[in-house]
Write a protein that binds this ligand. Structure first.
Ligand code: 5AD
Ligand code: FES
Length: 340
């Protein structure tokens, strides 16, 4: 079965379900995923400098710690100058991609976002700018692209309608989420999507739908990580997602999308101290160290116990460099575009 997954990059729903629900294939799956990753990208690991520009958000997703309804969350937004200086510091450290991530904050108007994007591109023309700022109109996405944005990250979170409604208030819809992703593709962005593993009410069937949706979207980047509870959300008492299942899905995704950029996420490193290393060994090829000012890092808490909130950017990079090397790979200074 794994032979076919590798060659045909797909399986039947029943076969996907079998892989997801038994541990029988786990060992060979991880080895095959690593072999495919090495064939396409060698031992190279791309780094993306994450700048968390605002934790204000107009949405109220049940799983997320910076949801509007969390009155205990101290809110912040970075100034343009702060964002530029994070990127300048990152550039000096060897980063060639900057990811601006934030809640859906109305104060970051389209004009401000465009000014920030073009400001970064002016200073660092050899770098990619990735945005991760949620759902916007097609017009807004078009303006950011004009301003120089290269990539956009927007996880679909779950491709199952019913499940989507259990994770989000009624104002949000899976339909609009998908509209955003296809608009982004049409506008020429390199697009990243993905989902949480083990979010409340998720079933194995939901995960198969996630795989099918990704096949339709055919994204360049795929970010997945375990759901981790946040104590000030409606899902405070829900169990965290499974570490092993997350690793397994990374491997399945590598076999389905040999060229994809797949991060070993911070959430994976949060539920297991060797999580990111193991993610890399099972098919991931990207890490996303934090470049946000240390003063705001603990305020950008999507889930409890997030790692790396106390470290300076340079420390975090050094730490990751060692971890990546110990796992058998090598961080490279490269814009890290998708190989198609
Ligand atoms: N646990 C794990 N991941 C989360 N995200 C948001 N909240 C949580 C949580 N509690 C993920 C979502 C979002 C990304 C930025 O972080 O998938 O798209
Ligand atoms: Fe941030 Fe290790 S990666 S401290």
């Amino acid at each position: 079965m794994l032979d076919r997954l590798e060659k045909e990059r797909t399986l039947t729903d029943g076969e996907f379900l079998e892989i997801l629900t038994t541990t029988e294939y786990d060992g060979e799956l991880g080895e095959r995923a690593d072999a495919v990753r090495r064939k396409v990208y060698g031992d190279r690991v791309f780094i993306r400098g994450l700048v968390e520009i605002t934790n204000y958000c107009r949405n109220n997703c049940y799983y997320c710690g910076i949801r509007r309804g969390n009155r205990l969350c101290t809110r912040y937004r970075l100034t343009e100058e702060q964002i530029f200086s994070c990127c300048d510091e990152g550039y000096g450290l060897g980063f060639r991609t900057f990811v601006l991530q934030g809640g859906e904050d109305p104060r970051f108007t389209d004009d401000r976002i465009c000014a920030i994007v073009s400001g970064i591109k002016d200073r660092h023309p050899d770098c990619a700018v990735t945005l991760s700022l949620g759902e916007k109109s097609r017009e807004s996405y078009g303006m950011y692209r004009q301003a120089g944005a290269d990539r956009y990250l927007l996880r679909h979170e779950t491709a199952d309608e019913e499940h989507y409604r259990k994770l989000h208030p009624a104002q949000l819809s899976l339909e609009n989420r998908k509209r955003c992703l296809f608009d982004l593709k049409e506008l020429g962005y390199q697009v990243g999507s993905g989902f949480m593993v083990g979010s409340p009410y998720q079933t194995s069937e939901c995960l198969v739908e996630d795989l099918r949706f990704l096949q339709k979207l055919d994204p360049d980047m795929i970010g997945i990580g375990p759901f981790i509870h946040h104590s000030q959300t409606p899902f405070a008492d829900r169990p965290d997602g499974s570490f092993e299942l997350t690793l397994k899905l990374i491997s399945v995704l590598r076999l389905m999308f040999p060229h994809a950029l797949i991060p070993a996420t911070t959430a994976l490193g949060t539920i297991n101290p060797r999580g990111r290393e193991m993610g890399l060994q099972r098919g991931a090829n990207v890490v996303m160290p934090n470049l946000s000012p240390t003063g705001v890092r603990e305020l950008y808490q999507l889930y409890d116990n997030k790692i790396c909130t106390g470290e300076e950017s340079a420390q975090c990079l050094e730490c990751l460099r060692n971890r990546v090397a110990a796992a058998g790979y090598r961080i490279v200074q490269d814009i890290g575009n998708v190989k198609r």
